[in-house]
Design a protein. Structure first.
Length: 246
Protein backbone atom coordinates (compact mmCIF):
# COMPACT_ATOMS: atom_id res chain seq x y z
CA UNK A 1 0.00 0.00 0.00
CA UNK A 2 1.14 3.52 -0.81
CA UNK A 3 0.02 6.44 1.34
CA UNK A 4 -1.14 9.49 -0.61
CA UNK A 5 -1.84 11.96 2.13
CA UNK A 6 -4.32 10.16 4.40
CA UNK A 7 -5.48 7.77 1.67
CA UNK A 8 -3.97 4.27 1.39
CA UNK A 9 -3.75 3.03 -2.20
CA UNK A 10 -2.98 -0.46 -3.45
CA UNK A 11 -0.66 0.02 -6.42
CA UNK A 12 0.23 -2.66 -8.94
CA UNK A 13 3.05 -1.58 -11.21
CA UNK A 14 3.73 -2.95 -14.70
CA UNK A 15 7.00 -4.71 -15.58
CA UNK A 16 8.18 -1.51 -17.30
CA UNK A 17 6.99 2.12 -17.13
CA UNK A 18 3.62 2.68 -18.77
CA UNK A 19 1.61 5.65 -19.98
CA UNK A 20 -1.63 3.71 -19.41
CA UNK A 21 -3.24 3.97 -15.99
CA UNK A 22 -6.23 2.22 -14.42
CA UNK A 23 -8.19 3.50 -11.43
CA UNK A 24 -10.12 0.73 -9.70
CA UNK A 25 -13.11 1.37 -7.44
CA UNK A 26 -13.92 -1.44 -5.01
CA UNK A 27 -17.19 -2.84 -3.78
CA UNK A 28 -18.43 -1.62 -0.41
CA UNK A 29 -16.33 -4.20 1.44
CA UNK A 30 -13.11 -2.51 0.36
CA UNK A 31 -9.74 -3.17 -1.21
CA UNK A 32 -8.53 -5.62 1.44
CA UNK A 33 -11.29 -8.12 0.67
CA UNK A 34 -12.24 -10.24 -2.30
CA UNK A 35 -10.26 -10.28 -5.52
CA UNK A 36 -9.49 -6.57 -5.84
CA UNK A 37 -5.74 -6.85 -5.33
CA UNK A 38 -5.46 -9.95 -7.51
CA UNK A 39 -7.25 -8.16 -10.33
CA UNK A 40 -4.92 -5.18 -9.97
CA UNK A 41 -1.93 -7.50 -10.21
CA UNK A 42 -3.37 -9.28 -13.24
CA UNK A 43 -3.92 -6.02 -15.12
CA UNK A 44 -0.45 -4.76 -14.18
CA UNK A 45 1.06 -7.87 -15.74
CA UNK A 46 -0.38 -6.63 -19.03
CA UNK A 47 1.50 -3.35 -18.85
CA UNK A 48 -0.91 -1.15 -16.90
CA UNK A 49 -0.27 1.02 -13.86
CA UNK A 50 -3.18 0.13 -11.58
CA UNK A 51 -4.25 2.01 -8.46
CA UNK A 52 -7.04 0.92 -6.12
CA UNK A 53 -7.65 3.39 -3.28
CA UNK A 54 -9.00 2.49 0.14
CA UNK A 55 -11.82 5.01 0.15
CA UNK A 56 -13.20 3.57 3.38
CA UNK A 57 -10.22 4.04 5.67
CA UNK A 58 -11.99 6.93 7.43
CA UNK A 59 -15.62 5.86 7.15
CA UNK A 60 -16.07 2.15 6.36
CA UNK A 61 -19.37 0.46 5.70
CA UNK A 62 -18.22 -2.67 7.50
CA UNK A 63 -15.66 -3.53 10.15
CA UNK A 64 -13.96 -6.92 9.75
CA UNK A 65 -15.56 -7.57 6.36
CA UNK A 66 -15.33 -11.19 5.13
CA UNK A 67 -12.74 -12.09 2.50
CA UNK A 68 -15.40 -13.44 0.14
CA UNK A 69 -19.17 -13.66 0.01
CA UNK A 70 -21.35 -12.00 2.63
CA UNK A 71 -21.66 -13.42 6.14
CA UNK A 72 -24.78 -13.42 8.29
CA UNK A 73 -23.17 -10.78 10.50
CA UNK A 74 -22.48 -8.51 7.52
CA UNK A 75 -26.02 -8.93 6.25
CA UNK A 76 -27.41 -8.13 9.70
CA UNK A 77 -25.20 -5.04 9.87
CA UNK A 78 -26.37 -3.93 6.44
CA UNK A 79 -30.04 -4.37 7.35
CA UNK A 80 -29.50 -2.42 10.58
CA UNK A 81 -27.89 0.44 8.68
CA UNK A 82 -30.69 0.45 6.13
CA UNK A 83 -33.36 0.61 8.82
CA UNK A 84 -31.62 3.28 10.90
CA UNK A 85 -30.56 5.44 7.97
CA UNK A 86 -26.87 4.93 8.72
CA UNK A 87 -26.28 3.48 5.25
CA UNK A 88 -27.56 6.63 3.55
CA UNK A 89 -25.59 8.79 5.97
CA UNK A 90 -22.40 6.86 5.25
CA UNK A 91 -22.93 6.92 1.50
CA UNK A 92 -23.36 10.68 1.45
CA UNK A 93 -19.82 11.06 2.82
CA UNK A 94 -18.50 9.15 -0.20
CA UNK A 95 -20.22 11.04 -3.01
CA UNK A 96 -18.24 12.61 -5.83
CA UNK A 97 -18.66 16.15 -4.57
CA UNK A 98 -18.25 15.27 -0.89
CA UNK A 99 -14.95 13.38 -1.16
CA UNK A 100 -14.35 11.17 -4.20
CA UNK A 101 -13.53 13.97 -6.64
CA UNK A 102 -10.82 15.40 -4.42
CA UNK A 103 -9.37 11.97 -3.69
CA UNK A 104 -9.30 10.92 -7.34
CA UNK A 105 -8.77 14.14 -9.30
CA UNK A 106 -6.92 16.10 -6.64
CA UNK A 107 -4.71 13.38 -5.20
CA UNK A 108 -4.59 10.11 -7.14
CA UNK A 109 -4.38 11.25 -10.76
CA UNK A 110 -1.52 13.73 -10.16
CA UNK A 111 0.46 10.95 -8.44
CA UNK A 112 -0.20 8.52 -11.29
CA UNK A 113 0.77 11.17 -13.84
CA UNK A 114 4.04 11.68 -11.98
CA UNK A 115 4.61 7.95 -12.45
CA UNK A 116 4.19 8.34 -16.21
CA UNK A 117 0.49 7.65 -16.80
CA UNK A 118 -1.08 9.89 -19.44
CA UNK A 119 -4.34 8.13 -20.29
CA UNK A 120 -6.72 6.39 -17.92
CA UNK A 121 -9.41 3.74 -17.68
CA UNK A 122 -11.78 3.36 -14.74
CA UNK A 123 -13.08 0.08 -13.37
CA UNK A 124 -15.76 -0.36 -10.73
CA UNK A 125 -17.47 -3.20 -8.94
CA UNK A 126 -20.90 -2.86 -7.25
CA UNK A 127 -20.55 0.27 -5.07
CA UNK A 128 -17.50 1.28 -7.08
CA UNK A 129 -19.43 1.55 -10.34
CA UNK A 130 -20.56 5.00 -9.19
CA UNK A 131 -17.02 6.35 -8.99
CA UNK A 132 -15.92 4.59 -12.16
CA UNK A 133 -18.76 6.14 -14.15
CA UNK A 134 -18.11 9.56 -12.64
CA UNK A 135 -14.54 9.24 -13.93
CA UNK A 136 -15.89 8.33 -17.36
CA UNK A 137 -17.13 11.92 -17.62
CA UNK A 138 -13.59 13.31 -17.28
CA UNK A 139 -11.34 14.08 -20.24
CA UNK A 140 -8.42 12.05 -18.87
CA UNK A 141 -10.43 8.82 -19.04
CA UNK A 142 -10.61 6.94 -22.32
CA UNK A 143 -12.87 4.06 -21.25
CA UNK A 144 -14.72 2.54 -18.30
CA UNK A 145 -15.88 -0.92 -17.26
CA UNK A 146 -18.32 -1.66 -14.44
CA UNK A 147 -19.53 -5.00 -13.14
CA UNK A 148 -22.76 -5.68 -11.21
CA UNK A 149 -23.27 -1.92 -10.82
CA UNK A 150 -24.97 -0.47 -7.75
CA UNK A 151 -25.12 3.05 -9.16
CA UNK A 152 -28.87 3.20 -8.62
CA UNK A 153 -28.60 2.15 -4.99
CA UNK A 154 -25.74 4.55 -4.32
CA UNK A 155 -27.63 7.42 -5.91
CA UNK A 156 -30.81 6.62 -4.01
CA UNK A 157 -28.87 6.92 -0.74
CA UNK A 158 -27.03 10.03 -1.88
CA UNK A 159 -30.00 11.82 -3.42
CA UNK A 160 -28.53 11.77 -6.92
CA UNK A 161 -29.88 10.71 -10.32
CA UNK A 162 -28.22 7.54 -11.60
CA UNK A 163 -29.45 8.09 -15.15
CA UNK A 164 -27.93 11.57 -15.19
CA UNK A 165 -24.57 9.99 -14.41
CA UNK A 166 -25.09 7.82 -17.48
CA UNK A 167 -25.91 10.87 -19.59
CA UNK A 168 -22.62 12.51 -18.61
CA UNK A 169 -20.37 9.75 -19.98
CA UNK A 170 -17.71 10.83 -22.44
CA UNK A 171 -15.97 7.56 -23.30
CA UNK A 172 -16.66 3.94 -24.31
CA UNK A 173 -18.25 2.05 -21.43
CA UNK A 174 -18.86 -1.61 -20.64
CA UNK A 175 -21.60 -2.55 -18.16
CA UNK A 176 -21.92 -6.16 -17.02
CA UNK A 177 -25.06 -6.76 -14.97
CA UNK A 178 -26.24 -9.86 -13.12
CA UNK A 179 -29.67 -11.38 -12.65
CA UNK A 180 -29.98 -9.43 -9.39
CA UNK A 181 -29.61 -5.93 -10.84
CA UNK A 182 -32.65 -3.68 -11.06
CA UNK A 183 -34.48 -3.83 -14.44
CA UNK A 184 -33.36 -0.29 -15.26
CA UNK A 185 -29.75 -1.49 -15.32
CA UNK A 186 -30.28 -4.57 -17.46
CA UNK A 187 -29.58 -4.57 -21.22
CA UNK A 188 -32.19 -2.55 -23.08
CA UNK A 189 -33.22 -0.62 -19.97
CA UNK A 190 -33.20 3.10 -19.19
CA UNK A 191 -29.56 3.07 -18.04
CA UNK A 192 -28.35 1.75 -21.37
CA UNK A 193 -30.53 4.26 -23.21
CA UNK A 194 -29.07 7.11 -21.15
CA UNK A 195 -25.51 5.89 -21.80
CA UNK A 196 -26.19 5.60 -25.52
CA UNK A 197 -27.56 9.13 -25.48
CA UNK A 198 -24.19 10.32 -24.16
CA UNK A 199 -21.82 8.20 -26.29
CA UNK A 200 -23.80 6.64 -29.17
CA UNK A 201 -22.43 3.34 -30.40
CA UNK A 202 -19.78 3.19 -27.68
CA UNK A 203 -21.73 1.39 -24.97
CA UNK A 204 -21.94 -2.33 -24.29
CA UNK A 205 -24.46 -3.78 -21.83
CA UNK A 206 -24.61 -7.50 -21.16
CA UNK A 207 -25.61 -9.86 -18.37
CA UNK A 208 -23.82 -12.64 -16.53
CA UNK A 209 -25.95 -15.43 -15.06
CA UNK A 210 -24.29 -15.24 -11.65
CA UNK A 211 -24.94 -13.55 -8.33
CA UNK A 212 -24.30 -9.86 -7.74
CA UNK A 213 -20.70 -9.35 -6.71
CA UNK A 214 -19.26 -12.39 -8.48
CA UNK A 215 -16.37 -10.56 -10.13
CA UNK A 216 -14.66 -9.81 -6.82
CA UNK A 217 -16.47 -11.97 -4.27
CA UNK A 218 -17.25 -15.35 -5.85
CA UNK A 219 -15.08 -18.20 -4.56
CA UNK A 220 -13.71 -19.32 -7.91
CA UNK A 221 -11.83 -22.27 -6.43
CA UNK A 222 -15.24 -23.75 -5.59
CA UNK A 223 -17.24 -22.50 -8.58
CA UNK A 224 -15.99 -23.30 -12.08
CA UNK A 225 -18.73 -21.20 -13.68
CA UNK A 226 -17.67 -18.16 -11.70
CA UNK A 227 -14.03 -18.74 -12.65
CA UNK A 228 -14.94 -18.69 -16.34
CA UNK A 229 -16.99 -15.53 -15.86
CA UNK A 230 -14.22 -13.73 -13.95
CA UNK A 231 -11.66 -14.62 -16.61
CA UNK A 232 -14.08 -13.42 -19.27
CA UNK A 233 -14.47 -10.13 -17.43
CA UNK A 234 -10.72 -9.63 -17.14
CA UNK A 235 -10.31 -10.21 -20.86
CA UNK A 236 -13.08 -7.74 -21.61
CA UNK A 237 -11.30 -5.13 -19.51
CA UNK A 238 -8.03 -5.76 -21.32
CA UNK A 239 -9.70 -5.61 -24.73
CA UNK A 240 -11.44 -2.35 -23.82
CA UNK A 241 -8.21 -0.80 -22.58
CA UNK A 242 -6.23 -1.97 -25.61
CA UNK A 243 -8.81 -0.48 -27.95
CA UNK A 244 -8.95 2.91 -26.27
CA UNK A 245 -5.63 3.64 -24.55
CA UNK A 246 -2.59 4.09 -26.78
Amino acid sequence: MVMLGNMPVYVASPPSPSTRGVVMFTDMFGVHTGRHKQLCDRLAEEGLLVACPDFFVENPYFVNAPAYGCTVCCMASLIFKLVTGKLDENTRTHTWDASLKEKVVGTLLPWMKDKGAKEFASIGFCWGAYGAMKCAALQEFRCSAVFHPSVDGFCKSAGEDDLQICRELKCPTLVVATKQEKPAWLPGGPAQAACEEAVPGQVTFRTEALNHGYMVRAEVDKDATALVAVNRGVQEILDLVSANLS
